[in-house]
Ligand binder design. Sequence first.
Ligand SMILES: NC(=O)c1ccc[n+]([C@@H]2O[C@H](COP(=O)([O-])OP(=O)(O)OC[C@H]3O[C@@H](n4cnc5c(N)ncnc54)[C@H](O)[C@@H]3O)[C@@H](O)[C@H]2O)c1
Length: 348
Amino acid sequence: MQLNDNKRISVGLVGLGRLGRQHAENLAFRIPHCTLTAVCSVKEEEVEAAKRDLGVPYGYTDYEEMLRNNELDAIFIASPSGFHCKQIEQALAAGFHVFSEKPLGLYIEEALRVQEAVIRHPNQVFMLGFMRRYDRSYAYAKQQIEAGAIGEPVLVRCYGLDPAQAMPSFLQFAKSNYSGGLFLDMAIHDLDLARWYLGAEAETVWAIGGSHRYPELEQLEDAETGAALVQFEGKKMGIFVASRNCAHGYHIETEIIGTHGSLRIGTIPEKNQVALMDDRGIVRECASGFLERFEQAYVDEVIEFIRCIREDRKPEVTVADGVQSTILGYACKQSFETGQLVAVHHRK
Ligand SMILES: NC(=O)c1ccc[n+]([C@@H]2O[C@H](COP(=O)([O-])OP(=O)(O)OC[C@H]3O[C@@H](n4cnc5c(N)ncnc54)[C@H](O)[C@@H]3O)[C@@H](O)[C@H]2O)c1
């Protein structure tokens, strides 16, 4: 391990929206050996607010201009999904380490192009934001599986449900930015987790969906609620339910069934350990959204990115995870749109 104890990693962040602003605060205040040196957004007011509130010295409305800042070591991408691939390729070509939010790309060809770019730059760290792998409960479940606690994992069942309360802000997001749709945007975390826990790639997918409360999602060629049934290699299985219309809050639940037991994560997705007892009975509040539920994971994944740069090693989440999850998410989208069973051509 090569470690220069005094070396701070200087980061430039692009995208200061719902998640990017939180990443900016984490990079500025919560990540050891890291300095948030520059921020970029097409919205000048967001750049000015980040400079003022977080003490960031450089602000840009032009991404390519930020890439010319030679004080930077790494680029952190939290822009809308349709920009990820191009911005990753540009940052790698300019010599930077790169962290990108999920999904890697919205199309298979662009994801494969990024994979080639990462391979062409072996001395630069690339990491994708599959933060659930850094959540303490998900990481503990993985350790249990590896220790043989449930035997051979054979089926993963996931619920990824966004709060209905967030629908107005999601509709704005979906209209202004092409999100890739329910499966590539939301279910992608669960698709990645299933690959991770099962240790297998998908072979076939059947996906369905509908928009019952918010039919305007159909005009965006998206679904409010969807489900996918996935056959993985070795006759392993995945069941994925995703929705943007969860009345009780942000419900993320995962079950891994093995030959000798099972594990469940977040079965009742409580906000905290408090039970309120009053004339309604016993009330346990639900987590309100991704920033609250995965607060620790958003910090820990970035701590790992910075450590990888300082220690000259590669993170566990690779560009190949990004490619395979995009291939699987895209197959779900195709199946939903065509009503057909879709074969998944994963690339090893
Ligand atoms: N890991 C997770 O749990 C998670 C959660 C939410 C969002 N995300 C991902 O993070 C990304 C951002 O999502 P969000 O909800 O913060 O989006 P958002 O629309 O709220 O914010 C996007 C930001 O990017 C800026 N921007 C847009 N085009 C740009 C360009 N060409 N150059 C520079 N800046 C540009 C916007 O001004 C805004 O600051 C998406 O890819 C999304 O999939 C991941």
